[in-house]
Design a protein around this ligand. Structure first.
Ligand SMILES: [Zn+2]
Length: 351
């Protein structure tokens, strides 16, 4: 009997603590709530056996297609613009094909920004670049790791990315995100030099090995670049207490509540940044020689469509370009600032 009473008491205490954690109420967010839907658009060679761009970017398989064209179809239907972070340097790996992707996205009126998986750049390209008169004598080591780059290397590579966009008449980028959220001080400085004013690199859960102050609203680096963190939604019932705003939330019944709790807990002006990939409509299938993304059905296309329909009325979808404009118009108060030297180098980390 005594044991039963103790058990009841414990259960009661757990219930009270869960209820009180759910009842922590921040003052409501005062600004307009914005959402940027970002799609890392890439054809990483280990993710398929061949036809990489067709399969991993267009999701094009013999039994069906579910990729960026379907994403844009659904977005157009919902009247929203998507922001594609394209690994432009894959043009060196799949000549012509990435340019076609850029032209297709741009022709349909969606936003294009920069993403980079430097390990995909072929050795021949590095050799060509190293014999370019603009190359310099300091070399990052190893070159295929973004967070090992020094400022001259970063500068040179950003110039290569920008020249591809210029040649294709795509508006100049205002935002960049490194592959696996890799970045460093040299990259942020090279971005500033090229008027790429917003960094979409800060990932407070996956990159705890980097500069990390936990979840943050938008903040400023000391070189003037604005960091736009990946969104984590406070969810007290999970182990980490946080849930990333990505394709796992497409089917959530509680989008209203999720957006409210994210913005109310933000501690400053911010925007919601949703993360997914050009292959997010595909399934990861195990094969003898690797794990490949493959088309299985259009279930995820439907989930994405439902998600777009269910975005709360008080949340406005904007692009990274819109955000950069709003920041320069002074729409946000960005009061937190960190020294850019705090992300000086992470060269020892795997990527
Ligand atoms: Zn990527």
């Amino acid at each position: 009997m005594e044991r039963l009473a103790a058990l009841t008491m414990t259960l009661l205490m757990v219930a009270v603590s869960i209820t009180s954690s759910l009842n922590v109420r921040n003052p409501p967010y005062e600004g307009q709530k914005y959402l940027i839907i970002t799609i890392d658009t890439e054809a990483q060679s280990p993710r398929q056996s061949n036809d990489h761009v067709q399969r991993l970017i267009y999701g094009n398989f013999s039994d069906g297609r579910a990729g960026i064209l379907e994403m844009m179809d659904e977005a157009d239907q919902a009247g929203v613009q998507l922001t594609f972070f394209v690994d432009v340097l894959e043009d060196t790996l799949y000549p012509g094909e990435i340019r076609e992707v850029l032209r297709t996205i741009h022709a349909r009126g969606h936003d294009i920004q920069l993403h980079q998986h430097a390990y995909l750049i072929p050795d021949e390209t590095w050799n060509d670049w190293q014999s370019d008169p603009h190359w310099h004598h300091h070399e990052a080591d190893p070159l295929h790791k973004i967070d090992c780059w020094d400022e001259e290397t970063a500068d040179f590579v950003f110039e290569q990315m920008i020249s591809v966009l210029e040649e294709e008449n795509i508006p100049l980028p205002v935002a960049s995100r490194g592959g696996s959220y890799a970045y460093n001080e040299a990259i942020l400085n090279a971005m500033a030099k090229h008027n790429i004013t917003t960094s979409f690199n800060y990932e407070p859960q996956l990159r705890k090995d980097y500069f990390n102050e936990g979840t943050q609203p938008m903040f400023k680096w000391s070189n003037g670049i604005v960091e736009v963190p990946v969104t984590y939604i406070p969810v007290p019932w999970t182990l980490s207490g946080l849930d990333r705003l990505d394709d796992t939330l497409w089917s959530s019944w509680f989008l209203n509540r999720h957006f409210d709790s994210f913005f109310d807990a933000s501690n400053g002006d911010t925007v919601a940044v949703m993360i997914f990939h050009s292959w997010s409509f595909l399934e990861l299938v195990e094969h003898k020689d690797g794990e490949y993304f493959e088309y299985s059905n259009d279930k995820k296309v439907k989930q994405f469509s439902k998600f777009l329909e269910n975005i709360p009325d008080d949340v406005e979808v904007i692009t990274a370009t819109d955000l950069a404009d709003k920041i320069s118009d002074g729409e946000f108060e960005i009061s937190t600032e960190y020294d850019v030297a705090k992300v000086s180098n992470h060269c020892t980390n795997p990527q």
